[in-house]
Design a protein around this ligand. Structure first.
Ligand SMILES: Cc1cc2nc3c(=O)[nH]c(=O)nc-3n(C[C@H](O)[C@H](O)[C@H](O)COP(=O)(O)OP(=O)(O)OC[C@H]3O[C@@H](n4cnc5c(N)ncnc54)[C@H](O)[C@@H]3O)c2cc1C
Length: 358
């Protein structure tokens, strides 16, 4: 009699979910399904370049079928996980699982198709091109990288960056924030720290800050962090596994606490480390290993443990040639760190990880 295949369901085809799927979907003992809200995988760290050069996005938005040929893929939102070990979707599907992996990261863009996402980048580009003054709200890596892209490609534009915190890039060192501040101000960016902008009450290009100041700009981009992609989990059997921040609590093997057959990876987990894509990819590889072991009937005690990253590491690109690198508490800015990231933004490398041409 043919052996019954194990049913593995992955919810979320972002940075972590896509790599897990690629590593795992052809396993011969597995019946595999990916559920993702979007029909495509998006290389998030290339998005800001695509806003100043929309054609760049053609390599960074990848239909799931392209790197998972023949796989079962459902483009829909997961909305329920029930006692019968089924995931339900908004498209009214119920998918039963033996093993489930949750990788719903952060709420990002809501464009379901690649063509809609490309149109969004075109619209962002038009917005930048037709504006003289551009307001960026948020001085984390996204806001800083967007400011860098704009001042390098459009040096005549006036960029204003407002950040709620007392320094830029608060997730890494003070020195890093200072160096980036100097880099931006040297390129005529007006950086306003310690204030927030109420975008809902802005009108006709006039924005008010929390301290009552007025900022004028022709357009704005909101670069503050997105909510965690776990609101849907609040209605499921995992509702008690969310911590106070809405993150799924996992054990050292990245299994959701209290569930032997449900794993979670990437930004949606409570792993105590920065939420970064390269770490999400490490989670994916650990879970691919553990799933393989369990499916092949291996000893649970031999599952791989994940060790959270103890020191922060980041490369923040500053336009096409320069970057700020923060590695093992050392900060460097300029062309040398730029050589690592800023030209291709790891797009070739990420595509290769998915078995595609760079
Ligand atoms: C602009 C930007 C730049 C960045 N730069 C870097 C960088 O340089 N280096 C770095 O290491 N990290 C970077 N990051 C962080 C990195 O992108 C995240 O850490 C990473 O995306 C997390 O991966 P993930 O798989 O957990 O989640 P995500 O990549 O957010 O993927 C989540 C997936 O789940 C899907 N989903 C969500 N809810 C549901 C649902 N209910 N049902 C079905 N599907 C669902 C989404 O459609 C998405 O495909 C950057 C992030 C941004 C936004």
């Amino acid at each position: 009699m043919a052996e019954k295949k194990k049913r593995v369901v992955v919810v979320g085809g972002g940075i972590a979910g896509s790599l897990l799927c690629k590593t795992f979907h052809k396993h011969h003992h597995v019946d595999f399904t990916l559920i993702d809200s979007k029909e495509y995988f998006e290389i998030t760290w290339a998005n800001l370049r695509s806003m100043v050069e929309p054609s760049f996005a053609k390599r960074t938005l990848i239909n799931h079928h392209e790197y998972l040929p023949g796989a079962s893929i459902i483009t829909s939102d997961a909305i329920e996980i029930d006692e019968q070990h089924q995931v339900s979707t908004t498209s009214d599907r119920q998918i039963a699982f033996d093993y489930l992996v949750i990788a719903t990261g952060h709420m990002g863009n809501h464009h379901v198709t690649i063509s809609d996402r490309l149109r969004q980048f075109e619209a962002d580009y038009e917005k930048i091109q037709s504006s003289n003054t551009i307001l960026i709200v948020g001085g984390g890596p996204t806001g800083v990288e967007l400011a860098g892209e704009i001042v390098v490609d459009f040096p005549a534009k006036k960029v204003k960056l407002v950040h709620r915190g007392s320094r830029l890039l608060e997730f890494i060192s003070e020195t890093a924030g200072k160096k980036v501040l100097d880099w931006l101000t040297a390129r005529n960016v007006e950086v306003i720290l310690g204030q927030s902008v109420d975008l809902d009450s802005s009108s006709d290009g006039v924005y008010s800050t929390s301290s009552g100041e007025t900022i004028t700009a022709d357009c704005h981009f909101k670069c503050t962090s997105e909510p965690i992609g776990s609101s849907w989990i609040k209605e499921t059997i995992l509702k008690d596994c969310l911590d106070d921040h809405g993150r799924l609590m996992v054990d050292e093997h990245l299994r959701v606490k209290g569930f032997a057959n449900i794993f979670a990876i990437g930004d949606v987990t409570d792993v105590p480390e920065l939420k970064q894509g390269y770490l999400a990819q490490k989670h994916a590889l650990v879970v691919a290993n553990n799933l393989k072991l369990l499916i092949e009937g291996g000893d649970e005690g031999k599952m791989v443990k994940y060790s959270p990253a103890t020191s922060a590491m980041a490369i923040v690109s500053l336009g096409r040639r320069e970057a700020l690198a923060y590695i093992r508490c050392v900060t460097m800015i300029g062309r040398i760190p730029g050589l690592i990231k800023s030209k291709d933004l790891f797009v070739g490398k990420t595509r290769k990880q998915l078995g595609l041409k760079a």
